[in-house]
Ligand binder design. Structure first.
Ligand code: CA
Length: 643
């Protein structure tokens, strides 16, 4: 049979598209290996009794079947054995781990046979995510930096590990009084915890020093948890169980879990996918060189049907096996809209409409060589995406605090001036600009900071002209509160970097992907020192959940903006229809004053409850009434509600 290497030819799809289950399956009934390798001439399974070195147990050929599928099955239960493949393509045999591996050895070079049922913690079969909240507030954490600080009160052996996420009652320095980690999140009121890459990545040696740090955007085994977050990365079943335990604990404490997934590129171009089907899973330029829209040296060819299938299988696997509640797609602008919509439909079918969250970055790091005709899931492709796939709005982010391309660039809250139209577009969650307007706020993720770029606090320090990032002057804290009030007034899903609520600093550093933990770790002492700011966020989160005018994700949500008015050069007021179930207030008046002088704001007719001002976001619990006019002090927000 002649080899077919035009992977984009319809004949290749027709001949080799394989809808059958792939990977290694192990249960009491036996063990089965299934690999898709249509261009291989031979595939050999090699079985070991250890992840590294160890005794060679078996070497056997997989049998070729239809559609490029290779299989081997035994009635024996090989749970706990390690394996790899020797795959011969064009006469050259190369070893590779299984691209579908669900468990692996230290650093992932060998895959592991795992009876997944045996990794379930007690109670896993009844583990259930909390009910869908009225609003999504995503809190982005990194497994290691979340609990690395000794002040977290986490026992040393658990710091930086999945295990720390399972601890329910940690306190500041173990004082028994001030909650940290999981207990802190529960009190803050966020609804979703987003885990930065928690799949197996390659930039940290799992057997090396414990204080290595990397964000982890360098996938090695897409369907395996990262080993450096495990108490024992040498035994592949441990990390699987520990990650399940972490998710179980988060669920039990009222938090849903979003996973950051990086399907746009792999750590090395010479990945398990490449060794299994050379050339198939990656995009190439016309001259044969690797496409590099990721800035990491390679781009996955997500538009090819079996690559689509691979990614879809991976997402469904995390959702089913680990009970993951949502997915954040890194550089979604490199993935294609068909893939994203296929994932959306599959998640909705299996788990119920909207049960699983999907969000992503609608951009890439550069141009990519996708197959002609491919529609990429970037800003320009938003109109082709399902309305329940959301994209980060850099326009909202930049309008509030200033562009990330220059440290000195200012936004509304830090002296950049007022553009009422831009501000109202933020509130509408429509702030994509002319290149693409979302269909509804369900397509928007409003945010001020994430792991990338300066923290909100560091940006405010830069634009103030100061360079002391650790000090917390009152003027900057006011700017931070104003920014938060504006964020929580944006329709769309809400997202925040962990620690944004306590003026987290990374000492002015912009890209800390491999910076030391001294820079990256969450500083739990600072969380306590800035508890007033934390409480301001906490009040806004609680208030927001009860305001239908802001939580409305429908395509009619934009019409809730009744009017916008400018008051001087730095203050705007927005009148909003807040009608809907569960709220005593039918209208909202949102005023934002970024100027150095107080503003006297004329109020629409009738009495207004003061729900929040620049100092407190809990006034709604026992609101004072105002009528006629209200004052908006310098650098502050005022949120009023009319019954
Ligand atoms: Ca790893």
């Amino acid at each position: 049979m002649p080899m077919m290497r035009d992977f984009d030819a319809p004949e290749f799809r027709e001949r080799y598209d394989c809808p059958l289950p792939l990977g290694c399956f192990c249960s009491k009934a036996g063990t089965e290996f299934r690999l898709w390798a249509p261009t291989a001439q031979a595939v050999t399974l090699r079985l070991y009794d250890a992840g590294d070195g160890g005794t060679f147990r078996l070497e056997t050929a997989l049998v070729r079947q239809d559609r490029g599928l290779w299989c081997y099955a035994t009635a024996e239960n090989w749970d706990g054995a390690y394996y790899d493949y020797l795959i011969t393509v064009d006469g050259v045999a190369r070893p590779t781990a299984d691209p579908y591996a669900r468990a692996c050895c230290l650093n992932g070079e060998r895959s592991m046979v795992l009876d997944l049922a045996r990794t379930d913690p007690p109670g896993w079969d009844t583990d259930k995510a909390p009910a869908l909240p009225p609003e999504t507030v995503i809190y982005e954490i990194h497994v290691k930096d979340f609990s690395w600080d000794p002040a977290s009160g986490v026992p040393e052996q658990y710091r930086g590990k999945f295990k720390a996420l399972s601890l329910e009652n940690t306190t500041l320095n173990g004082d028994g009084e001030h909650p940290t980690c999981l207990a802190y999140l529960k009190r803050l009121g966020v609804t979703h915890v987003q885990l930065m890459p928690a799949f197996d990545y390659g930039s940290v040696d799992e057997g090396g020093a414990p204080d290595q740090f990397n964000w982890g955007y360098d996938p090695v085994n897409y369907n395996v948890p990262e080993g450096s977050y495990s108490a024992d990365p040498r035994h592949g079943q441990v990390r699987v169980r520990e990650m399940k335990e972490a998710i179980q604990a988060l669920h039990k404490n009222g938090l849903r879990v979003v996973m950051d997934v990086v399907y746009n590129h792999t750590y090395h171009a010479d990945s398990w996918l490449e060794r299994t089907v050379p050339g198939y899973y990656y995009r190439h330029n016309a001259d044969g060189s690797a496409s590099d829209g990721s800035g990491c040296g390679n781009d996955l060819a997500t538009e090819r049907s079996m690559c689509t299938r691979y990614i879809l299988d991976s997402v469904l696997y995390w959702a089913e096996e680990y009970h993951i509640d949502g997915f954040r797609f890194d550089l979604m602008g490199l993935l294609d809209t068909d893939l994203m919509n296929v994932i959306r439909r599959a998640l909705d079918q299996r788990f119920g409409p909207g049960e699983k969250l999907m969000l992503g970055e609608p951009w890439s790091a550069g141009a990519t060589a996708a197959r002609p005709g491919t529609v990429l899931a970037d800003k320009a492709g938003m109109s082709c995406l399902d309305r329940h796939i959301a994209a980060f709005s850099d326009n909202i982010r930049d309008a509030v605090k200033g562009s990330l391309w220059s440290a000195d660039a200012k936004g509304f809250v830090n002296g950049g001036g007022l553009d009422p139209a831009r501000l109202v577009n933020c509130v509408r969650g429509w702030a994509y600009g002319p290149e693409a307007v979302g269909k509804a706020p369900s397509q928007t993720v409003a945010y001020l900071s994430c792991h990338d770029d300066w923290t909100l606090w560091d940006k405010l320090v830069y634009t103030s002209g100061a360079r002391d990032f650790t000090a917390c002057p009152p003027g900057l804290l006011r700017q931070n509160r104003l920014a938060a009030a504006l964020l929580f007034a944006c329709q769309g899903h809400l997202f925040m970097l962990s620690g944004e609520e306590f003026a987290r600093t990374k000492l002015g550093l912009k890209n800390t992907y491999n910076a030391p933990l001294t820079v990256n770790r969450l500083d739990w002492s600072r969380a306590w020192e800035n508890r007033a700011l934390v409480d301001y966020y906490r009040g806004l989160i609680a208030l927001r959940k009860g305001l239908p005018g802001l939580t409305d994700k429908s395509d009619r949500a934009g019409q809730r903006v009744l009017s916008v008015s400018a008051h001087g050069d730095n203050c705007a007021a927005i009148l909003l229809d807040n009608s809907g179930p569960g709220s005593p207030w039918t209208r909202l008046l949102l005023a934002f004053n970024a100027g150095d002088w107080g503003i006297t704001l004329p109020l629409p007719t009738g009495a207004w409850d003061v729900l929040a001002d620049g100092n407190s976001s809990f006034l709604w619990q026992n609101p004072a009434s105002v009528a006629g006019q209200a004052s908006v002090p310098p650098v502050s927000a005022l949120i009023l509600g009319q019954r």
